[in-house]
Write a protein that binds this ligand. Structure first.
Ligand SMILES: [Cu+2]
Length: 232
């Protein structure tokens, strides 16, 4: 009887979601030949502020063929899933005439702080997936911060109207089951509700691949076919 009471209490205080949940980790790679980041020549009028050459942020592959900035998303409806309470400040920085990070995940209905960390005029423009402009703000002052709230999930493209190579992607998540590969092509997704799912693997240049996962999945190696075109 005591054991039963204990188990009942345990059930009562433990969210079902974490009781029957699993973690997933993995890496994303590409088959050789491994693409190099493209060098973008900076117009002379911007070179004094920004330097003569920029590396395109779009396709970054490590010497071992591991791919950064790949968005991993669990497909399905998770109406009861909650974003874990976070004191995280979602920050998009502008430094050395680049946005950092290039790809950022934020929960829907959260606020992104866009910072200008340098005494260079930037003009931040955001577009939704239908290329509709969401905002357009000049940021002339070092230390200036714009705060923008994103209500709807989806991909937001952020550009600078002055420096054409400046480009970032903010992914507004409708549920917590997203992950992003780091510079080593590695990702982790925690507390996936028990069950089998389709998994979407998306990269802005390499495109989307899909696979399936289940509670038996622990470590996934996802491989893109060879890529030969330039990625500016
Ligand atoms: Cu700029």
């Amino acid at each position: 009887m005591k054991v039963f009471q204990f188990f009942f209490l345990f059930l009562a205080i433990t969210p079902i979601q974490s009781l029957f949940a699993y973690d997933l980790e993995g890496k994303v790679q590409i088959q050789p030949p491994y693409p190099q980041a493209i060098e973008l020549k900076v117009e002379e009028k911007h070179a004094a502020d920004c330097g003569p050459v920029k590396l395109s942020p779009k396709l970054r592959v490590s010497p071992e063929g591991l791919v950064a900035n790949v968005v991993i998303k669990l497909e399905g409806n998770f109406p009861s899933a909650k974003f874990s309470p976070s004191t995280q400040n979602y920050l998009l920085n502008q430094i050395h005439c680049e946005f950092s990070p290039h790809v950022l995940l934020i929960p829907e209905k959260s606020t992104l702080s866009i910072l200008n960390s340098e005494a260079v005029l930037h003009n931040v423009r955001a577009f939704d997936e239908q290329t509709k402009m969401l905002f357009n703000d000049a940021m002339p002052v070092k230390g200036q911060i714009l705060r923008k709230r994103f209500e709807k999930p989806g991909r937001v493209i952020i550009r600078c109207g002055i420096h054409p190579w400046m480009h970032a992607i903010t992914i507004v998540q409708e549920h917590p089951y997203y992950a992003l590969t780091n510079e080593s092509g590695y990702f982790q997704m925690k507390d996936i509700p028990d069950g089998n799912y389709n998994l979407s693997i998306w990269h802005e240049v390499l495109g989307e691949i899909k696979t399936q996962i289940g509670p038996q999945s622990r470590f996934l190696t996802l491989t893109y076919p060879p890529f030969s075109n330039g990625a500016s």
